[in-house]
Design a protein. Structure first.
Lengths: 199, 177
């Protein structure tokens, strides 16, 4: 597989992370207590993963694809149950995106993708309340681009860590933003760091 | 007209003063089945490891059946769902294993071969009661082993291994890891 496909796999993973960051904003507005804390932790983890992916893409001489201004959610999120379902859906999309990295020829990227899949699958299982036999694979036939095709309804609320229960219009995420210094709760381990670039 | 069979062809070739490998550019068809490729060997090892996990779960659930306690029944239900996923793993792995005719199936699949596999389980029927901690360790080892094998297999197989490893990782969490 050529370097171009490795890059495109990295960009796809980055796009999934950006979608997850946006989606957790929508989900968090409907969560409380330990679920909200879990969403905060996952939101932070996706920021870290996004930054790691952006750095890996930059090191390959390419420009990380910018996040879209708005993402169409796959279904209406109106309560805690639908928020948890959205979080699970986001994590399954991230798992599927990292599966693409496992197919590239770069062994370091394969390992990185596989470990990131494990982290995302664990988060998906947490939100879904059940495990899957083949995380990531069951989404291969489904488009993962359905997040970014339309604007959200006017007045859509979102949530960001540090602004608990306060709803505001979603701000477009950026790929240049550094990791948020939000308190990290050690509920679960997050996405692995970017591997050293193979010599 | 002579029909060259596996027995007559060497004779004909010997009479003609040449070896069968002189006539073919590919592998010698008379030298027996070709050695198994790396992918096949890897897949065989992963299948054997998965079979060990399935046996381990079955032993754990079988050990629970006799006790009848409510807590144990709940544990058995959880283990049963995890076992079902491992059986799905096994089915998918077996589908991908294409072996030449005449070769034996997975080398450690036979119950008599009770040697430790990659995930720490044994291929033979476990004798001692299988604890959750043992299952957890086996799941963790299986996930690590699959990731370790990613580097040397084709992309499609690597994706299947990575997905199964991710499933195993979620099982570790379910089992309290």
């Amino acid at each position: 597989m050529t370097a171009t496909t490795a890059l495109s796999a990295l960009q796809a993973a980055l796009a999934a992370e950006n979608a997850a960051i946006f989606g957790y904003g929508a989900a968090g507005a409907h969560l409380t207590g330990s679920s909200l804390a879990a969403a905060e932790q996952d939101w932070t983890g996706h920021h870290e993963a996004r930054d790691a992916l952006a750095a890996m893409i930059s090191r390959r001489g390419a420009t990380p694809a910018a996040a879209q201004a708005f993402y169409q959610l796959p279904f209406r999120v109106h309560d805690a149950a639908s928020a948890r379902a959205l979080a699970a859906h986001l994590e399954e999309g991230v798992t599927s995106a990292y599966l693409g990295l496992v197919a590239v020829s770069d062994q370091g990227l394969r390992r990185f993708g596989a470990l990131a899949m494990q982290a995302a699958a664990r988060r998906a299982a947490f939100w879904r309340g059940r495990t899957q036999a083949f995380p990531g694979l069951n989404l291969l036939t489904r488009s993962v681009s359905h997040y970014g095709e339309a604007r959200p309804a006017p007045g859509r609320s979102c949530w960001r860590p540090g602004r608990r229960r306060r709803r505001r219009r979603c701000a477009p995420p950026t790929t240049t933003r550094t990791t948020t210094s939000h308190p990290y709760r050690n509920r679960r381990r997050h996405s692995p760091r970017a591997p050293a670039r193979p010599g | 007209m002579l029909i060259a069979s596996a027995t007559t062809l060497p004779l004909l070739l010997a009479t003609a003063g040449c070896r069968s490998s002189d006539l073919f550019t590919g592998p010698d068809p008379l030298a027996g089945p070709p050695p198994l490729g790396h992918d096949v060997l890897t897949l065989q090892a992963v299948i054997a490891s998965e079979e060990s996990l399935v046996q381990l779960y079955r032993a754990a659930i079988g050990g629970d059946l006799g006790s009848g306690a409510q807590r144990t029944a709940a544990r058995s239900r959880t283990l049963g769902s995890l076992l079902a996923q491992h059986e799905q793993h096994l089915a998918q792995l077996r589908v991908r294993l294409v072996q030449p005719p005449g070769t034996s199936p997975t080398p450690t699949a036979r119950p008599s071969a009770a040697r430790p596999s990659a995930n720490g389980a044994t291929a033979g029927p476990p004798r001692a009661r299988v604890t959750v901690a043992r299952l957890r360790a086996a799941e963790r080892a299986s996930a690590a082993d699959l990731v370790q094998r990613l580097a040397t297999v084709p992309p499609a197989l690597a994706q299947l291994f990575a997905s199964i490893a991710a499933s195993d990782a979620t099982h570790v969490t379910v089992l309290g890891g």
